[in-house]
Design a protein around this ligand. Structure first.
Ligand code: SAM
Length: 323
């Protein structure tokens, strides 16, 4: 009989595709290729993985990501199956471009909430930053998610000097006015952005000091596994809500991190900063009776090695790793 591992409840981030219709400057090289379709895990293989993990560990959360998860055909089918596994929190991170169409279906399939990436409110800056994205589509997608109850929505903004750092107050206002939890992310030196990182990086402290001109901040307690330091904020015209800062560079949260990533081609990654992982696709495709046991051992071994402070430098883009 399998033994439960002594580990805090785990947060699984599952990348369902390495395809994305956008080419965000900090995430995806313009000419990025994608894996062959046959290399991509099927929904059954993803479910096998989730069940194997559940056999040994408490699952706090399953988060679907990519690439762009809404580019994976029939994504709602996977959501429906995962919802049937009784996972407490089932969420998805999206660029929002296809959310208007898909939000109601995803909600009906059992998705609890979405995170929407929104880096600018200026259509031209948005287009430049995302390599061709339409701001209006993401904003409409956000509204659709809110309307059908996929909230509380977390709005994620990666702040880049010279691109969107002057917009942080307007982005915060926009999100707070819609009841979103707005989070500002520090740029990570991963993949294609590594060479320009020093020029573009803006620390959370700098973002917060810009925001303090418009809002009063009151820190909220932080769970050991939380990636974000959250604040209750109050601004003018009775605007209030919560803002958070994710600071992997200036205040790394490795010690409390309980995240484990599965890439769309079946690599298990315990640490985003390192970006390399162990291939488990073969085990997920195997009918051998010992395959699941072996997979569980690998998960346990990866988690046991997780705690040390990681330094960034992974060559794989977020597109491939699964952000
Ligand atoms: N396509 C989806 C989206 O746009 O939300 C999900 C995948 S995307 C890789 C997930 C998150 O990673 C996005 O919020 C994106 O801004 C963030 N991201 C990608 N590359 C990053 C980097 N180098 N530093 C910080 N955040 C990054």
């Amino acid at each position: 009989m399998s033994r439960m591992l002594d580990y805090p409840p785990l947060s699984l981030r599952i990348s369902v595709t390495d395809r994305c219709q956008l080419r965000c400057v900090y995430c995806t090289p313009r000419a990025a290729g994608t894996a062959r379709r046959s290399a991509r895990l099927t929904f059954d293989e993803i479910l096998r993985f989730v069940r194997a993990v559940q056999g040994r560990l408490a699952l706090r959360k399953v988060h679907l990501t990519g690439g762009e998860p809404l580019c994976r055909p029939r994504i709602a089918d996977l959501v429906r199956s995962l919802a049937g596994e009784g996972i407490g929190e089932l969420a998805l991170t999206t660029n929002g471009q296809r959310l208007t169409k898909l939000a109601p279906t995803l909600k009906r399939a059992g998705l609890r909430r979405v995170n929407v990436s929104l880096d600018s409110l200026d259509p031209q800056v948005f287009y430049t930053l995302t390599g061709g994205g339409r701001l209006a589509d993401t904003l409409a997608g956000l509204d659709a998610a809110l309307e059908c109850g996929l909230g509380p929505v977390k709005l994620n903004t990666v702040v880049l000097r010279g691109y969107n750092d002057s917009e942080v107050v307007s982005l915060a206002r926009y999100g707070l006015e819609r009841g979103c939890h707005v989070r500002f992310l520090e740029l990570m030196p991963i993949g294609c952005i590594r060479r320009r990182f020093a020029r573009l990086f803006v620390s959370s402290a700098e973002v917060q000091s810009r925001l303090q001109r418009a809002f009063r901040f009151e820190p909220l307690p932080r769970a050991p596994s939380a990636s974000s330091q959250d604040f209750r904020v109050r601004g003018d015209r009775d605007l209030e809500g919560t803002l958070g800062f994710i600071s992997p560079e200036s205040a790394p949260f490795c010690a409390g991190c309980t995240r484990l990533r599965l890439t769309s081609t079946g690599q298990l990654i315990a640490c985003l900063a390192r970006g390399t992982g162990l291939r488990v696709a073969g085990l997920l495709r195997s009918n051998a009776p010992e395959a699941m046991e072996r997979l569980q051992e690998i998960v346990g071994a990866l988690l046991a090695r997780k705690q040390a402070r990681a330094s960034f430098g992974a060559a794989q883009p977020m597109l491939a790793v699964g952000g």
